[in-house]
Design a protein around this ligand. Structure first.
Ligand code: PMP
Ligand code: GLN
Length: 385
């Protein structure tokens, strides 16, 4: 393993899912739904396969049907207009979009400012690009129970070497949905310091309690400097399909496409046609998804609170972060490794998503994109801890 990747071993998701399989524990670790997405969209994939659409290499930027569905989605939801021919790129999941964006846009030695705790692939992708990550820590606010962005800290993190801000909202693992004020401040800073923003919005449709997802590309001065990334995995509950996409101005799209060509060349064909149909599902699909997850969030959050955890009830994503200090525990990594044996549940220690040593040590993350009976059983097991 080369020096750039020396610090990265097996991902925490693979480790914890393997532990779940080995012990038969309920897996609330890795974030994937235990119910597949809509039947009609599965059928759309089967139809594409049968009709021979996408069984051979699709076009590099993605099939036109999906690119147009993406631009329609951005216009209809956020009033953001993109050209499907020059401003969209279909990728092998959001993961590849992040990787290709880092490889295309970061020079060796450039600094990338990212919100900590961050999704684990960010650190590895910045490293593969030869960049240096500069974490800005989201901190729990006692009054609101929300993880907040300290704007002074963000401003202080930007130096002459900063190339871009890697944003993520709704945020994994904290469940924070960045507010209009926070996003406006990030946008103003990006404009002032002439930075690019790569924003991971894979949880854009998973927001609760009437919270609104705001894409930073819609803020003044941002469209021309923003790469917006999303994916079918979360919105349509098909994490195995690995269909993602990005929207960005032509020069940035072309740059990322250059890197993407040599990573996977193209993303999987038949699924692209199915995802194009999924993006056109009626509003009721998105409303039901949201309402269903909101109920599951409450079920798990209430269960965790009853079991003695301090719970940070998320405004978005399908993850809830909990503090184990109230259980007399300190070390989330040790706690999560022991949890399957102790009570038959798997969770993820948030500490692995931080650079600052000791940060997030007592925090762990549970996924609630599971059947209600599964969440109830998990809560019962945790209550017996
Ligand atoms: N970004 C974030 C914040 C995620 O949580 C995930 C996956 N869970 C991804 C990207 C990866 O998405 P995909 O499966 O589409 O590659
Ligand atoms: N994004 C999912 C999570 O945060 C897992 C993705 C993965 O396994 N790499 O749990």
């Amino acid at each position: 393993l080369n020096r750039r990747l020396a610090e990265f071993g097996t991902t925490i998701f693979a480790e914890m899912s393997a532990l779940a399989t080995a012990t038969g524990a309920i897996n609330l670790g890795q974030g994937f739904p235990d119910t597949d997405g809509p039947e009609e969209i599965r059928e759309a994939a089967v139809r594409a396969l049968r009709e021979g659409r996408g069984n051979q290499y699709p076009p590099g930027p993605g099939v036109p049907e999906l690119r147009t569905a993406v631009t329609d989605h951005q216009r209809h939801r956020y009033d953001l207009a993109y050209d499907p021919d020059t401003e969209v790129l279909v990728t092998a999941g959001a993961t590849e979009a992040v990787a290709a964006a880092m490889l295309a846009l970061v020079e060796p030695g450039d600094e990338v400012v990212a919100l900590e705790p961050y999704y684990d692939s960010y650190a590895a992708c910045v490293a593969m690009a030869g960049g240096t990550r500069v974490p800005v820590t989201l901190r729990p606010d006692a009054a609101s129970g929300r993880f907040v962005l300290d704007l002074d800290e963000l401003r202080a993190a930007v130096t002459d070497r900063t190339r871009l801000i890697l944003l993520n909202t709704p945020h994994n693992p904290t469940g924070t949905v960045l507010t209009r004020e926070e996003l406006a401040a990030v946008a103003a800073l990006a404009v002032e310091r002439d930075l690019l923003v790569v924003t991971d919005e894979v949880y854009e449709h998973l927001v609760f309690d009437g919270a609104e997802h705001l894409p930073i590309a819609a803020f003044p001065g941002m469209r021309e400097r923003t790469v917006t990334i999303s994916s079918a995995g979360k919105t349509f509950a098909f994490t195995g399909w690995k269909v993602g996409w990005l929207t960005a101005p032509p020069e940035l799209t072309a740059a990322v496409r250059t890197a993407k060509q040599y990573l996977t060349y193209v993303a999987s064909g038949p699924f692209q046609y199915a995802v194009a149909e999924a993006l056109r599902l009626p509003q009721s699909y998105f409303d039901t998804l949201r309402a269903d997850l909101e109920g599951k969030r409450d079920l798990l959050a209430d269960g965790l609170a009853a079991a003695g955890f301090r719970v940070y009830r998320p405004a978005g994503t399908y993850f809830v972060t909990a503090d184990i200090s109230g259980l007399g525990e300190k070390d989330g990594v040790a706690f999560c490794r022991a949890l399957p044996e102790r009570c038959g549940v798997v969770a993820i220690p948030n500490a692995v998503f931080y650079d600052h040593p000791g940060a997030g040590r007592s925090l762990i993350r549970f996924a609630f994109c599971k059947k209600e009976a599964v969440l109830r059983e998990a809560a019962d097991r945790l209550a017996r801890l």
